[in-house]
Design a protein around this ligand. Structure first.
Ligand code: NOJ
Length: 587
């Protein structure tokens, strides 16, 4: 079996290099010749620092923990790290509530640790992308403490206030509020303040130029330290109409509809253009990615159309907001989303490709199959998908091991402000709490936040103390140490596919064409660039499945496969075993 693996790898390498020289020209405007950028080619690996690696036994991941794993990160072959927030924070939302934008959270270490970590990354050729959370701050930020102290404080206008003498403010929905109400009454000044997320995350007033200048200076502070870019958190909500027109009644309680309403503020793109002029244009090699990017491909394009001079990469939510599990929403609908976005972005602008992050359940538990029989195969198949689509790959820590949902039974196991406040809100209303908890086993973002499983030992080698969130019991057999030594592991497959992507510009820039679009089991597409054509066929089901590429594959060569041996009876290369992923060279 080992020999077969080595043989297959050798064949892949040979085939790929031989076919690089073919000269048939296929026009792909998003091609390297047109607009080559490091961030288009990058595989970006997201670290959720609280759960990555604890160095001091307090049960919380930290910067020294990341430093201790830099060689592991290097060994993955990734190009950049997106680090979820590490700034000072009271942790109502685990760092997405920042109380000091220029300091490091004590749980995570010191600025000295940060400098060492950044140096260590750069020495290994890994770039660092920081989270930029500026739609809101923490209510413990000095600006908010000042602002709430009196109506004429000079920081008052850094936030949105509604004086109580004007009556109750027009209803606004909030994500993390127990009562889903984004206005919180503050007795000190007899006014309400606005918070689209939790009551401890007041929204910053971007209409105030002083706020914008503060943020731009802060961005320069980090860029001058040498970081390589920002991921803009929830920025689509930053621009608000301060008259706060009433939210249409029919969308209340429908977060996806609300995103559309909140995400299209009157000056959103003016602010982004200003940010570009004032900051980003002065650091031409950095990259930016917009979390949430409007409600359609066209809206997403507005964030990243190079002519508009705003941001670089759009990270839209349609492909994760589509539903709970692929068996419910269906592969055909899933394919349609990626294909529609690619169509809009084929000539300009740039997308991200991702299946998971810290706000989502585990990739394999949502889009694959995490039962013992299929967890490894389907993890590899999904990895093949994100590494062979057009767009910058964002890959979430732990998915390279095939980590799966933990599925807590009890609300006390949850730390997440989203899950907990929704639970307590429902409890107040007398809702069905058992059904809620059952649903969260599949959907809660806490599922992806459990500590990284480094080995089979106590607490999976994440900490010597009590972990801040329970470790998944399956670490006994599902962990990095075991997988390091297995050439066929999910981890080693990840490394192989990352390498394949890096060695084949066709997988980055090549034209994408969807084939057999109504096939309910197989996602099949080609990527083409400069005479090179690859067909990717992915079986998203637990049964054998066939597909119709529309041309003969009898002479095609298999470049890569997530099974350790090829299927000898598969004469036409159009039969896929459960969760099989094939990359096939066409010509
Ligand atoms: C999006 C972040 O990814 C999420 O974790 C956070 O809770 C909200 N924005 C609020 O910052």
């Amino acid at each position: 079996m080992k020999n077969n693996f080595i043989k297959t790898t050798l064949i892949i390498t040979l085939l790929l290099s031989v076919n690089m020289s073919k000269s048939q020209v296929v026009v792909a405007k998003n091609s390297p010749e047109m607009d080559k950028k490091w961030w288009k080619e990058a595989v970006i690996y997201q670290i959720y620092p609280r759960s990555f690696k604890d160095s001091n036994g307090d049960g919380i991941g930290d910067l020294k923990g990341i430093i201790s794993k830099l060689d592991y990160l290097k060994s993955l072959g990734i190009d950049a790290i997106w680090l979820s927030p590490i700034y000072e924070s009271p942790n109502d939302d685990n760092g997405y509530d920042i109380s000091d934008y220029r300091d490091i959270m004590k749980d995570f270490g010191t600025m000295q640790d940060f400098d060492l970590m950044l140096k260590g990354m750069h020495e290994r050729g890994i770039k660092l992308i920081m989270d930029l959370v500026v739609n809101h701050s923490s209510d413990e930020h000095e600006w908010f403490k000042q602002a709430r102290s009196s109506r004429d404080n000079k920081f008052r206008n850094y936030y949105y206030w509604w004086p109580a003498e004007k009556g109750t403010p027009p209803y606004r929905w909030s994500w993390f509020d127990v009562n889903s109400n984004a206005w919180k009454y503050d007795a000190q000044t007899d006014s309400y303040y606005l918070h689209y997320f939790s009551a401890k995350q007041p929204d910053l007033n971007w209409n105030n130029p002083e706020v914008r200048t503060e943020i731009y200076d802060m961005m320069k502070y980090w860029l001058d330290k040498g970081i390589d870019g920002f991921r803009l958190d929830a920025f689509q909500f930053a621009s608000k109409d301060p008259s706060f027109p009433e939210l249409p009644k029919e969308i209340v309680g429908h977060p996806v509809e609300i995103i559309k309403f909140y995400g299209n503020g009157p000056h959103l793109h003016d602010y982004l253009q200003e940010m570009n002029r004032e900051v980003l244009s002065k650091y031409p090699n950095v990259m930016t990615v917009a979390e949430g990017a409007g409600d359609s491909p066209k809206a997403a394009m507005k964030f990243v159309d190079p002519e508009r001079k705003e941001l670089n990469i759009a990270y839209h939510f349609e492909s994760v907001d589509i539903g709970k599990h692929i068996n419910d929403f269906g592969l055909v609908n899933y394919k349609e989303i990626f294909s529609r976005y690619d169509q809009e972005f084929k000539d300009k602008g740039w997308l991200s490709i991702f299946m998971a992050n810290h706000d989502q359940p585990r990739m394999v538990s949502k889009f694959g199959n995490d039962t013992p029989e299929f967890r490894e195969l389907s993890s590899k198949m999904l990895t093949t998908f994100v590494m062979t689509m057009r767009g910058t790959t964002f890959y979430y820590n732990g998915d390279e091991l095939g980590m799966s949902n933990i599925r807590f039974d009890n609300i006390d196991d949850y730390n997440d402000v989203d899950t907990r406040n929704a639970y307590f809100g429902l409890k107040q209303k007398g809702g069905d709490l058992a059904a809620f908890l059952e649903d969260k086993k599949q959907t809660s973002r806490e599922n992806s936040r459990t500590p990284i499983q480094w080995n089979a030992g106590e607490n999976a080698g994440f900490t010597t103390g009590k972990p801040w969130l329970k470790v998944n019991e399956n670490h006994r057999f599902l962990n990095a140490e075991v997988q390091e030594n297995d050439p066929n592991s999910v981890l080693n497959y990840f490394r192989k596919i990352v390498k394949l992507r890096k060695e084949n510009p066709v997988l980055v820039y090549g034209k994408y064409t969807l084939l057999d679009k109504d096939n309910p089991n197989v996602y099949c597409y080609t990527r083409e660039l400069d005479g090179k054509k690859l067909l990717i066929a992915l079986n998203f089901s637990e049964n054998n499945a066939t597909y119709e590429p529309g041309f003969s594959l009898e002479k095609a060569k298999i470049n890569s496969n997530n099974y350790s041996e090829l299927f000898v009876d598969n004469k036409n290369n159009t039969i896929l075993r459960p969760y099989e992923a094939m990359i096939i060279e066409i010509n």
